[in-house]
Design a protein around this ligand. Sequence first.
Ligand SMILES: [Zn+2]
Length: 196
Amino acid sequence: MKTLLKFIGIALLTFTFAFTGANTKIIVIDIGHGEKDSGAQFENISEKDVVLSIAKKIQENHRNNYTKVLLTRSSDAFLSLEDRAKMINKLNPEFVISLHANLHEDESKSGTEIYISENNKEIEKSKQLAQNIAQSFDIANSQIKTANFKILKDVNCPSALVELGFLSNAEDRKMLTSEDGQLDFAKKILKVINKD
Ligand SMILES: [Zn+2]
């Protein structure tokens, strides 16, 4: 059943792709974790739900006929990192932004973190993407970190991973879980999508 659902999901994405005009740019928002993989967990708040909700707001508030925003999942579904990378490579987007939320035992630790991989095939464009994200989130370029996450190194397109904030920090948690906070994150990502 799960395999069937996954297949339908990929088929739907492919279908959407087939009906996208030649001049339309595809942007993929990868939604971290899902189903059995909750990601970071703080009390009853799961990273997988928080990032899904923010990604949906990105898609809902996207108003640009020249770009199409596709999500790697639209529900609480599990996708392996291999399947994510395969799906993204099939869609061949302009770039992918992977959304996550952080957790730390030090509850004072807060803020957004941006990651790229030096092993990504489009590293220069990934750097530019990360800088655009940094600008939108008001973070210095020097704060952009490198990590060899699969979603960064195994995709053929420019790719950046954003840890939006810390579920363990009270202020960040309020942003990550409130309607207004989620919309604010969505708008910051949309600013990156709508740049040039
Ligand atoms: Zn995560």
